[in-house]
Design a protein around this ligand. Structure first.
Ligand SMILES: Nc1ncnc2c1ncn2[C@@H]1O[C@H](COP(=O)(O)OP(=O)(O)OP(=O)(O)O)[C@@H](O)[C@H]1O
Ligand SMILES: O=P(O)(O)OC[C@H]1O[C@H](OP(=O)(O)OP(=O)(O)O)[C@H](O)[C@@H]1O
Ligand SMILES: [Mg+2]
Length: 292
């Protein structure tokens, strides 16, 4: 019988969330802690635990059919190895959000990317940086470093850096200023762009349907509340992403109960607005799985 192989990061920022999302799809694995191959038990999908940079390469080399990796790495490896193509992003996964930004020393008087023409830019993403700057008509000398990119300007080995930023605290600690965001990234599920044999494709379709349910459920909330009947339209409008709420009479009251699945994030502001139009007893519950 056909099996699929999914490569995920062994140990790093994406590891726990990658494994978590696969487990929520109902996948269970037999493994010993230090092993790099985990055998799928209830569903024919096995895991490979590797360095994240290796994931796009393994997909391009046909070692596995699926991989969870940051869009930043996938794009870099595709550009470096395959002219920017070869992998298909099947689904963005909503974690590992960061941005690739061009940053310069705080005291350097540079106001636009164009002023970096011909300068040295330290980065772990030379191909992606060159491509993104090239789109804006800027050519730089990429100085490739595999880590600690932020110290290069201080050491005098580069004029600027192109590095991943999340909170910005690494930049601040190194007296660097974010000049421009070049690329926004998050973790995503990738496969090789070449077609799979039918049996594997069917397995993949089943896994993707489960994944869709898991990801939609993660963003969804089940909201229950009481309200005056005349506020129903207003409340339906205020509930994020709701089209058809269930409406029930409340015994011994002229108020109604409204139940609805919100498919967008429910913020405190939504709840305050609901209260303002007469809603009470508002409950917001997590949704575990969803199937359309
Ligand atoms: N500061 C950050 N905030 C959020 N996501 C980030 C941040 N830095 C990196 N990422 C995302 O997480 C991915 C993995 O980052 P990590 O630092 O674990 O990689 P690594 O050190 O290269 O790991 P490996 O040992 O597997 O090569 C990055 O490629 C990026 O997509
Ligand atoms: O904006 P911030 O929240 O400070 O995050 C940015 C930092 O995070 C990443 O490094 P990481 O911490 O993964 O360490 P690394 O240098 O080993 O990659 C990235 O390379 C930056 O250095
Ligand atoms: Mg890496």
């Amino acid at each position: 019988m056909s099996r699929l192989r999914v490569a995920i990061q062994k140990s790093g920022r994406l590891s726990d969330r990658s494994l978590g999302v696969l487990k929520r799809c109902g996948l269970r694995f037999a493994h010993s802690k230090d092993k790099l191959f985990w055998f799928g038990q209830d569903f024919p999908v096995d895991l490979l635990l590797v360095r994240d940079d290796d994931i796009p390469r393994m997909l391009l080399d046909g070692v596995c059919e699926l991989g969870i990796v940051g869009e930043n790495i996938a794009r870099e490896v595709m550009l470096e190895r395959n002219g920017g193509t070869g992998l298909t992003c099947l689904r963005k996964l909503g974690f590992g959000q960061c941005r690739l930004s061009l940053a310069v020393p705080e005291d350097l008087e540079i106001g636009s990317l164009q002023e970096l023409q011909g300068k040295r830019v330290a980065t772990s993403y030379p191909a992606l940086t060159r491509a993104l700057l090239g789109e804006q008509g800027v050519t730089v000398q990429a100085v490739e470093l595999s880590g600690s990119v932020e110290i290069a300007p201080g050491l005098g080995t580069a004029d600027a850096i192109s590095d991943l930023v999340s909170t910005g605290s690494t930049l601040r600690a190194n007296h660097l200023r974010e000049l421009e965001v070049l690329f926004r990234s998050q973790a995503a599920l990738y496969s090789p762009s070449t077609p799979l044999p039918d049996e594997k494709q069917q397995l993949l379709d089943r896994l993707l349907a489960r994944l869709e349910g898991v990801l939609q459920a993660a963003e969804s909330k089940y909201v229950m509340l009481h309200a005056p009947r005349e506020a129903l339209d207003k409340i339906t409008e205020l509930l994020p992403g709701v089209e058809h709420p269930s409406v029930m009479p409340l015994e011994g009251s002229d108020r109604i109960a409204i139940h609805a699945v919100c498919v967008e994030t429910v913020f405190w502001e939504h709840l305050e607005a609901l209260k303002a139009v007469g809603a009470s007893a508002i409950l917001v519950l997590p949704v575990e799985k969803m199937l359309g």
